[in-house]
Design a protein. Structure first.
Length: 218
């Protein structure tokens, strides 16, 4: 984003992105509790904001790690013992719907591990380090990963075990939780997501996000 503060604090229609992302989780009936992972330097600010919004499902706010995997592991540590299923969601995806979250969880109850994803609309090229094309990935087999990604808790804890050899030797390969599960041989089921479930990454995405919110009349 090129900003000095975390993008989760950037405002859309007068409220931080964090608010819009938590709002949909608060309204999703299949979810019981929410753990927020925040940058260490901004923990106090995150806690103050979330408290002011009165979201009842947020019961823990913990510091993030160096990489996404580390942040997921930090959140796992504070889950209550009776929690059997865990969904991991990008805080920068405020437009996932409650219906899609529920579909993802219900599919996980049958398959053990699921993610939201959408079919690729563009042709995808696999390239070498010099940016020469190595091969073209068949578009009908290519899907773009989204979140939430839902897992049975014991599977997720195995995936994020610091003692697991896969985790130790190939850390940089795993850009999401599903790729960790795949590396251990687990089957991860795709649940068709939505093209509206965008991840806010660039300043232009903020403009698009504002347009989406206005269309929703929130």
């Amino acid at each position: 984003m090129g900003k000095s503060q975390p993008k989760m604090l950037l405002e859309i229609l007068g409220k931080p992105l964090l608010y819009w992302s938590l709002k949909v989780l608060e309204e999703t009936t299949i979810l019981d509790r929410v753990v927020v992972v925040a940058p260490k330097a901004y923990l106090t600010i995150f806690k103050r904001l979330i408290h002011s919004w009165g979201f009842k499902k947020v019961f823990k706010i913990v510091k993030g790690g160096k990489e996404r995997k580390d942040s997921s592991r930090n959140a796992l540590k504070v889950l209550p013992k009776d929690c059997e299923w865990v969904g991991i969601h990008d805080g920068a995806r405020p437009f996932v719907s409650s219906a899609l979250i529920e579909k993802c969880f219900k599919a996980a109850f049958k398959n053990g591990a699921t993610i939201l994803a959408i079919p690729a609309q563009d042709t995808i090229k696999m390239v070498q380090e010099n940016l020469q094309i190595k091969r073209t990935i068949p578009r009908d087999r290519a899907w773009l990963a989204q979140t939430p990604q839902v897992f049975k808790r014991d599977l997720l804890e195995e995936m994020h075990s610091m003692n697991h050899p896969q985790f130790q030797t190939n850390r940089s390969r795993y850009t999401d939780d599903a790729s960790l599960a795949e590396s251990l041989g687990y089957k991860v089921q795709i649940v068709p997501g939505s093209y509206e479930n965008i991840k806010i990454t660039t300043p232009k995405d903020l403009i698009l996000a504002e347009a989406i919110l206005k269309e929703k009349n929130v």
